[in-house]
Design a protein around this ligand. Structure first.
Ligand code: CP
Length: 342
């Protein structure tokens, strides 16, 4: 039987009330002053449990950070230690969290599933206790299992930031996507956002659907039956499903493409040739959309599968803007996690 951790590793204080469900978010209090005016200090576990005003606060903080010089930001998280605990592969999220933390003056350490004691069988919770005992002030975690960040948050007393958990949520991706849409479209309310592809396995689709509907956008999900179950439209109020991409494109202001997650298909019957024929965004298909409709993709994208290079590299595609905004959004999320509202 597993022994309870020593008192020094147990939670020192009980956070505000939190149910056992993964949709509830724990709040952490710190005693330090902050630049993050209007944003309470806390973990970021998912979008579902955030209010529209909390989302707006993070976006607003990101705008304020973007307006500042690199030099003026570099002391904001001086002496803070941020652990980047990545159980799953990542390029964009991992690099941008690391750059964001370092831009604010924090010290970072990257822990991956290989080349760490995770490889020797150390549990998630024991890894968390270890990072906390090292003096980590915040843990950013990506994990293949849904709910892993919530488990850490229940056991540790440092803020936890979800960098993508299984098929559940990817909150910072949805925030940077919203920020990118706002740069081009000015408001989310009334915006028609079409999300196309492997909705079933996509934490990005889930977080975006929660965020966009909370902010008043109209979300339409599009994909073949195996990748878009009818139940998906119950994810949030007002979400609709359209199977026919050519029809769905005509109304969209934003077209967000998703990768087919071959590693998660697990026996699903999906004919790749049919998928490409019916759901690939080609130049001809893009002509069916409004002239000012924008194309987005969270990455990694598979050229020749869900998108052709002529579209991915066209001025209509904001894919590199999304990547760029990832650093700013993650700076805001880390400040929110580590500094108290003033
Ligand atoms: N969008 C995204 O999460 O990309 P990475 O897997 O490269 O981090």
């Amino acid at each position: 039987m597993k022994k309870a951790p020593p008192a020094s590793r147990r939670k020192r204080s009980k956070p505000s009330s939190r149910s056992s469900t993964i949709s509830k978010q724990k709040r952490f209090e710190t005693t330090e002053p902050t630049l993050a005016s209007g944003v309470a200090s806390k973990s970021l576990l998912d979008i579902e449990s955030l209010s529209a005003s909390e989302i707006e606060s993070i976006l607003d903080l990101t705008r304020r950070l973007d307006a500042r010089s690199r030099e003026s930001l570099s002391g904001e998280l001086k002496y803070k230690r941020i652990a980047l605990l990545f159980y799953e592969a990542s390029t964009r999220t991992r690099v941008s969290f690391e750059f964001a933390a370092k831009a604010l003056g924090a010290t970072t350490s990257v822990i991956t599933a290989t080349a760490s004691s995770i490889e020797k069988g150390e549990s998630l919770i024991d890894t968390g206790y270890t990072l906390q005992a090292h003096g980590s002030d915040c843990i950013v975690i990506r994990h293949p299992s849904s709910g892993a960040p919530h488990i850490l948050a229940r056991h540790l007393n440092v803020p936890i930031v979800n960098a993508g958990d299984g098929m559940h949520e990817h909150p910072t991706q949805a925030l940077l996507d919203a920020y990118t849409m706002l740069e081009r479209k000015q408001k989310l309310e009334g915006l028609k956002v079409l999300i196309v592809g492997d909705i079933l396995h996509s934490r990005v689709a889930r977080s975006n659907t929660h965020l966009l509907t909370k902010m008043g956008a109209q979300v339409t999900l599009c994909g073949p039956e195996p990748l878009l179950p009818e139940l998906a439209s119950t994810l949030a109020p007002g979400v609709q499903e359209i199977r026919d991409l050519d029809r769905a494109l005509q109304d969209a202001d934003v077209i967000m493409l998703l990768r087919v997650q071959k590693e998660r298909l697990e026996g699903l019957q999906l004919n790749i040739d049919d998928y490409i024929r019916n759901y690939q965004l080609t130049v001809e298909r893009l002509r069916l959309a409004k002239p000012d409709a924008i194309v987005m993709h969270p990455g990694p994208m598979i050229r020749g599968m869900e998108i052709v290079s002529e579209v991915a590299d066209s001025p209509r595609a904001l894919i590199q803007n999304q990547v760029r905004n990832g650093v700013s959004i993650r700076m805001a999320v880390l400040l929110r996690a580590l500094k108290r509202q003033q």
